[in-house]
Ligand binder design. Structure first.
Ligand SMILES: [Zn+2]
Ligand SMILES: [Zn+2]
Length: 361
């Protein structure tokens, strides 16, 4: 099958033919229909984050089940599914406590007697995050998929596989934003826009979007932001404090930078909570004023994949989309073919796109 493989870090993706195995016991073979370009793949292509190559990248996808292993009862061939990197074992203390995105056993679920993917030289190719979505087929453990309604367009469903769930989940599950509260979202890419929409759906009062691009800020207003701040025109912390009269109840950092993570904390009202969604580069520490954290009861927390319970959350997000309350059409900047994947990432680096989707058929 055709796949986009990262053979060296840093490097670009190379389109090549690789072979994929048949599904073993608890595995599902999926025909990939659409895959989204998420920023996390780029972190590995640039070398900000490291894993040994060759890697089959891509982790935001939807498709149709083609075949299942003998122990699979959850899905059958023909079912429409979204994949999620938050594979869960179902028995550890995190899974049984509803914190599936923290399950430490997802690697164990991927163990098999022979590699699932092999390139033309006979070398095993690792599917990124256990998924490997930039390929015509995916072979995954059944605990990495959710079955979805068949009237859901699969290109929009793919977006829910990572970015949308990460942004909405950070608002609904990690921070638990209350109606009427004030919210600021730093970074108006796919995840930030999803957090803006989550704040709107949760009934937040003021929703402030911060970005460097006026175009993206206009899009954020169309998706629910009540106020926008262009951070290139001055200190965003001061601007947010002025709009809210002293700071926000909830802030969300959706970029993954030390400076913006610190801003997300510094713009809080007393008692407020900052949620960092972005992937801060390894070895970078944050500096925040200690007296503010402790005496003003402010909180700084992380959010892993929106603290999702994806088999519950993703079908709900699909209902919200089909009811017209979650806007996904507006988040798609362009459709491309697999061969154009590097150009898609170039556009992301330029900051031109909210979400690029690969069409496999
Ligand atoms: Zn992602
Ligand atoms: Zn578990």
């Amino acid at each position: 099958m055709k796949a986009a493989v990262l053979n060296q870090i840093p490097g670009e993706l190379e389109i090549e033919e690789i072979t994929i195995d048949k599904p073993a016991r608890s595995e599902v073979l999926i025909r990939t229909v659409n895959a989204g370009l998420c920023h996390s793949d780029l972190h590995f292509m640039t070398g900000d984050w490291q894993m040994p190559p060759p890697l089959l990248m891509g982790h935001e996808a939807a498709g149709v089940v083609e075949a299942v292993g003998e122990d699979v009862s959850y899905v059958k061939p023909g079912d429409h599914v979204i994949t999620c990197l938050s594979g869960f074992c179902g028995t550890c203390r995190y899974c049984t406590n509803g914190q599936l995105s923290l399950c430490p056993n997802k690697r164990k679920l991927q163990e098999r007697s022979q590699p699932s993917l092999v390139n033309h030289e006979g070398t095993a190719v690792t599917p990124f995050t256990g998924l490997g979505a930039f390929a015509e087929q995916m072979l995954v453990h059944e605990h990495f998929v959710v079955k979805i309604r068949e009237d859901m367009p699969l290109d929009k469903a793919a977006l829910i596989g990572c970015g949308v769930t990460t942004g909405l989940g950070a608002v609904f599950r990690t921070a638990k934003v209350e109606p009427g509260s004030t919210v600021c979202v730093i970074g108006a890419g796919g995840i930030g826009m999803s957090a803006v929409q989550g704040a709107r759906i949760a009934g937040a009062g003021k929703i402030i979007a911060v970005d460097l691009s006026d175009t993206k800020l206009e899009q954020a207003q169309a998706l629910g932001a009540t106020h926008v701040v262009n951070a290139s025109e001055g200190d965003p912390v001061g601007a947010v404090q002025e709009i809210t009269g002293g700071g926000v109840d909830y802030s969300f950092e959706a970029i993954g930078l030390k400076a913006t993570a610190e801003q997300s904390f510094n713009m809080l009202a007393p008692g407020g909570t900052a949620t960092v969604i972005g992937m801060i580069p390894i070895n970078q520490n944050l500096e925040i004023p200690g007296y503010q954290l402790f005496l003003m009861e402010k909180k700084l927390q992380g959010s892993m994949m929106g603290s999702n319970q994806f088999r519950t959350d993703m079908p709900r997000f699909i209902d919200l989309y089909l009811d017209g309350r979650l806007k996904l059409d507006e988040m798609v900047s362009q459709h491309i073919h697999l061969e154009q994947v590097n150009e898609g990432y170039d556009a992301m680096k330029q900051g031109d796109t909210m979400r690029t989707i690969i069409d496999f058929e």
